[in-house]
Each structure stands twice: as C-alpha cells, then as structure tokens.
Design a protein. Structure first.
Lengths: 252, 196
C-alpha cells in the first residue's frame, strides 16, 4: 500500500505501524511539502505544549527532569568549550535514556548520573542499532571511564567492569565498578569495593547510594534502610524521593 | 569512514540575514548551554520520528552537534526550541533521503552533518509568538479539535488514550489532530499579522 501526504500527521505523532512508517519515510524523502510540514508539526506541538493553559504531565517538567538536564548541560559544556568535535561526555550523555533508568545503581561518571525513575530493562535489549555505533565512537576516544559508562548505560555491566578494572584506583572508579558488580549480582564484591571507596572519600555520593543497594542485596535490610534514610536527607531532588521510598520498603 | 571531525566546517547552518544579529562570545556560550539543556526534549521528539531509542539517541546527538556548530547562526530572542526541532526534522529527512535509516551509518560523515542539504533551517515565523498569542489562537479552535490536540501535545497521551478519554474512535483522533494543526497554524499566522 502506498503511503502519501495524508500519513504525515500520524507519522509525526509516532502512530504508524513500522511497515507503514518505513513506506512514509520513502515518501518523505521525495516530498518537499511533507519535509517542511514535519518540522512545522514538531514546532507547533512544542509551542502548544509550552503555552497551553493546561497542566502538563510531570515527565515533561518535573524538577528532577530539569535538574537532570542542567547536570548534563553543565558537565557537557565544560568540554564543549575546549573543542567543537564530539566529546566522549557528549556521546555518553546521548546514550542516557531521558525518561527512565535501567539500573538501580549509580555511576559517578557525571553525564551518566542523572536521576530518572528506575525501571528494569531486559539486559542487552538496550544495546541496539545506533547505540552500538555511538559506543564505538566513545571507545575510539580511548576514554576508559566514558567507555565503561556507555557499556553500563547500555546494559552491559560485565564489559563496563572490565574497563574500570584497568583504571587506577579512585573512589569514583571503585564506586562505578561496584555499580557494575551489583548489576551482575555480586553484592559481596561490590560492598568490599564500596567500603574502600568510602574510606578514600567519605561521603562519596554515588558510593553511598550503591552501598545501600549492596547492603539490601545482601539481605542486611536494617542497615540498608538506615543508609537510604540518610540518603533521603543528603541527596537532591529525585534521588532523595527514591531513597525515601526504598527506605520505606525496607521497614520491618 | 572518517572518525575525525577536523575537516568539518564550524557552521553548517544558514547564516542570519543580518550579521548584526549574530551572537557574540559570551552570548554564544549561553546559547550553547541552553542547546544542551534541550537534549531531553529533543530525545522525546526524536523517538516519535525514529520509533527506536537507539536511533533517537543518534538523531538527538546529531542535532545537538549540528546546533552547537552553528550556534553563531542562532538569533538571540528567537525560539530556540523551534530552531532545534527544525534542525532535527531536517536531519531526519536528510537521513531518509540518503536511505541511511536502514543501514549502519557513521554519524560523523561530513555529508551528513555539515551540509545543509535541505536548505533553510529557519523555524516557521509563527514560532516566535508568545504565550498570550498562542492562547488566543487556541481559544479560537473548536473544542472538538482543541481537546484531542491538547491531550496529545500537552499531556502526551497516545491516540488510543485520547480516544478513550474523549470516547471517540482512534481514527477520528488522527483526523482531528490534523485539522487542529491546520487551523491553529492559520490562526497563528493571523496573530502574527495582528502583532506586526
């Protein structure tokens, strides 16, 4: 079945099934009117989303989302000002899903440590298509921490751990290694690294978070609950609420 | 394929008509900060177009890179998000034209990133309108069009959810959204004339 201009609106809305969407892409390549119309639809929807006198859904403007975006922006800009080409930090930031996070553990690698609600994803399902290309570009930069973060974000903690194990020991590296180990179900090993990280840098935010997870994974519910309660006080928006909820779940 | 970006021109966008309106150093850094701050927004729209998280991440990345390279072409005071979304849709169309949506592509391919293959990347003129004008235009839309459109564009409900909420067939949602957009664009054009 041929798909023409009449499909522009449902295509732009992401409502066509895959075969119809692919056929519309062929049409889009040849139709200047639809090419222009596509951008106009996005711009119009955004204009209305911003200005309509109607409550928006939380996912689009929650303080956590704004904080997350600012965090990414701040980290990314530090590097953008040095050189215009794609930096590993920018590439990692582009891999981080903007709505949900697939791992409960936290990375100390800035662009990847953005709070989004936790929703477990099936392993490997995230590392598809273009992401693998981006991963390749990150690896090419030779930045092991960025590469590890990319593997972690894409649901490949074992590969992340291998990268991190090759780096000199620091609180950040230990905490990120522990995050990978937690994903691999190695709570005891993770806890050992986290205790080391917290000795090197007491109060390390991500290590403290991951330690609470490790304690919970090891069945030390009381200690885990207290650790999450402490995080509910010390952490910023998003993380604090999640820590409070986790503490609540651990109450006897 | 090239993994180096050294041959890329620093600006891939249509230069502004009035060079006096280009952004200076400090202002450029501010715009760059704002550009990166819209990554999540771009990601959501990119997912609508690409239907895949991985492709959406690539498209968002390319859009950010392209915008940052062309930051000096952004006119201060105009609608940044409209400019970014226009760049994104142009990049997406370029991908469709190159038939690269189905193949492994190198996102740093100079052809892909640097050339403004679709020409003008200026956002529509009505994109500069503010809250008051947009609300005036929306208020003039018949509620049978405005309701489904706002549920979709503002509350981000799916066609299915809009249909359920308004108790109308799913097919009708698409038709009403299409009509709502056509009418709204015409109303915004009129607001623009009133403004000027």
């Amino acid at each position: 079945v041929k798909v023409g201009c009449e499909a522009l609106s449902p295509f732009a809305d992401g409502q066509l099934d895959e075969p119809a969407a692919l056929r519309f892409e062929q049409h889009l390549a040849l139709c200047p009117q639809c090419a222009r119309g596509l951008g106009e639809i996005l711009v119009l929807d955004d204009l209305v989303a911003r200005h309509a006198d109607r409550p928006r859904r939380r996912a689009w403007r929650g303080p956590a989302a704004i904080g997350a975006v600012l965090l990414v922006a701040a980290t990314v800009l530090l590097f953008l000002r040095r050189a215009p080409e794609a930096r590993p930090e920018v590439l990692v930031a582009s891999l981080v899903p903007s709505e949900l996070r697939g791992s409960e553990a936290r990375l100390s690698y800035g662009p990847a440590d953005v709070h989004r609600p936790f929703a477990p994803l099936r392993g490997g399902a995230r590392a598809a298509g273009g992401s693998v290309q981006v991963l390749g570009r990150i690896e090419e930069t030779g930045d092991r921490r960025a590469t590890a973060a990319a593997y972690f974000v894409l649901g490949m903690p074992a590969q992340a751990e291998v990268q991190l194990a090759l780096l000199p020991e620091s609180a950040d590296v230990l905490s990120d290694r522990a995050a990978a180990l937690l994903e691999l179900g190695r709570g005891l090993d993770a806890l050992a690294l986290l205790e080391r990280a917290l000795r090197l840098q007491p109060g390390h935010r991500q290590a403290s978070w991951n330690r609470a997870l490790a304690l919970r994974a090891l069945g030390r519910r009381g200690e885990a609950g207290r650790a999450f309660l402490a995080l509910a006080v010390s952490e910023g928006p998003g993380w604090a609420e999640e820590a409070r909820a986790k503490a609540r779940d651990l109450e006897p | 394929m090239s993994s180096s970006t050294s041959n890329l021109p620093t600006g891939g966008l249509t230069p502004p008509a009035d060079p006096g309106e280009t952004t200076g150093g400090a202002a450029q850094a501010e715009v760059a900060r704002s550009i990166v701050g819209e990554a999540a927004l771009l990601g959501r729209y990119a997912r609508r177009l690409t239907r895949s998280s991985a492709d959406a991440a690539d498209l968002t990345q390319d859009t950010l890179e392209r915008a940052l390279r062309g930051v000096q072409g952004f006119r201060p005071g105009s609608n940044l998000r409209a400019w970014l979304l226009t760049i994104m849709s142009r990049l997406f169309v370029d991908r469709c034209r190159k038939g690269k949506r189905e193949t492994n592509r190198d996102p740093l391919d100079p052809d892909c990133l640097a050339a403004p293959a679709s020409g003008d990347e200026a956002a529509p003129r009505w994109a500069r309108l503010g809250e008051r004008e947009v609300r005036v235009a929306l208020s003039q839309l018949d509620s049978s069009f405005r309701e489904p459109y706002e549920l979709f564009a503002v509350e981000h409900l799916s066609y299915q959810a809009v249909a359920q909420r308004l108790r109308i067939p799913v097919g009708t949602v698409g038709t009403r959204l299409n009509r709502a957009r056509l009418k709204l664009r015409a109303l915004l054009e009129r607001e623009l004339e009133v403004d000027s």
